[in-house]
Ligand binder design. Structure first.
Ligand code: SF4
Length: 324
């Protein structure tokens, strides 16, 4: 995750829950990191908050259930080998592969308030390939929009193996069936749209945000029947409200037996209850920040151990044995 803001419910249900499931299945050895160099690719002009966001993300990860005993949790820039592998991969990656990356084109067109003409932003997927292949990953848990990046990682692995011999496996994309949760204004939940419900939101703030959520735009009066299938509030009920009550709400909405205000009041209460445990843990970690920092240091150490082994192998096949 890039430390470009505080985590919100979209991050929790779109990625983090899936990471925790993968960790707890015990089938994989998981590595999760805060990608602070990746944050710089777009936010290099004002990096003042990157450190704060990095620590906040770790606190949220731990509070949500990522377990440092089971997963390696680390900070990208603390493992310098990522930069070295990025340099070596950049020697074998044709620029055309990067220019045709759909996310690159899309972000260049959409984002006007930041300068994205830097080399680091174009080369972003090469650094991502280094992040993934460093750990010889079998799979990468991604959303659909990240599929081209994993494909590029596979292409880089293939090219490397062709040139220097089999070193890297070609990682699979581990797509999860995640719920589609929008921001309170009905657009994609994003800190830049100021429409996010943050994991840290509690009490009055959480209630205020839920009560201001967009609903079915065709339902103007209390007596109008609603369409839960297009209502964002209903998508949240599917996560935070018990199944039988959701079924009742669906019927009541369609028949205009419930008003949107009551529906949101219930949702606000259920989200607060659903996040109660998370918030208690979050308070604990905020008060025990040294514990969090020790966890980060230990994760960095473990990641470095693997990265050093991979790089020794890479250097040898690509550069020969060092005599210096
Ligand atoms: Fe959405 Fe609930 Fe209103 Fe139906 S009653 S439109 S589900 S907020």
């Amino acid at each position: 995750m890039r430390p470009t803001g505080y985590l919100h419910l979209g991050n929790l249900h779109g990625a983090l829950k899936n990471w925790i499931t993968l960790q707890n299945q015990g089938e994989f050895e998981c590595f999760y990191f805060v990608a602070d160099w990746h944050a710089l690719t777009s936010d290099f002009a004002d990096p003042s908050m990157i450190g704060t966001y990095t620590e906040a993300i770790f606190i949220d990860w731990l509070s949500a259930g990522l377990d440092p005993e089971k997963s390696t949790l680390f900070v990208q820039s603390a493992v310098k080998e990522h930069a070295e592998l990025f340099v070596l991969f950049s020697m074998i990656t044709p620029v055309a592969w990067l220019e045709r990356n759909p996310t690159y084109k899309e972000m260049k067109e959409e984002i006007s308030n930041r300068d994205l003409s830097n080399l680091g932003f174009l080369a972003y997927p090469v650094l991502q390939a280094a992040d993934i292949l460093m750990y010889k990953a079998y799979g990468v848990p991604v959303g659909i929009d990240q599929l081209p990046h994993v494909e590029l990682t596979r292409e880089i692995a293939r090219r490397f193996n062709y040139l220097y011999g089999e070193v890297f496996p070609e990682p699979q994309s581990l797509l999860a069936d995640t719920p589609k949760l929008l921001g309170i204004d009905g657009r994609k939940m994003s800190k830049s749209y100021e429409n996010a419900i943050y994991l840290s939101d509690e009490g009055v703030e959480l209630h205020r945000k839920v009560m201001s959520m967009f609903t079915d735009p065709q339902r103007k009066r209390r007596t109008d029947p609603g369409r839960p299938e297009i209502c964002n509030v209903f998508s949240f009920h599917n996560i935070y409200t018990e199944k039988q009550k959701v079924e009742e709400l669906e019927i009541d909405c369609r028949n205009a037996h419930i008003g949107c205000t009551d529906c949101k009041e219930l949702l606000s209460k259920n989200i607060a209850a659903g996040l109660e445990d998370f918030h208690a843990k979050r308070r604990y970690y905020l008060q025990h920040i040294d514990e969090v920092r020790d966890i980060i240091k230990e994760g960095n150490r473990r990641a470095r151990f693997v990265a050093e082994k991979t790089m020794a192998e890479v250097r040898e096949v690509m550069m020969g044995k060092s005599i210096y």
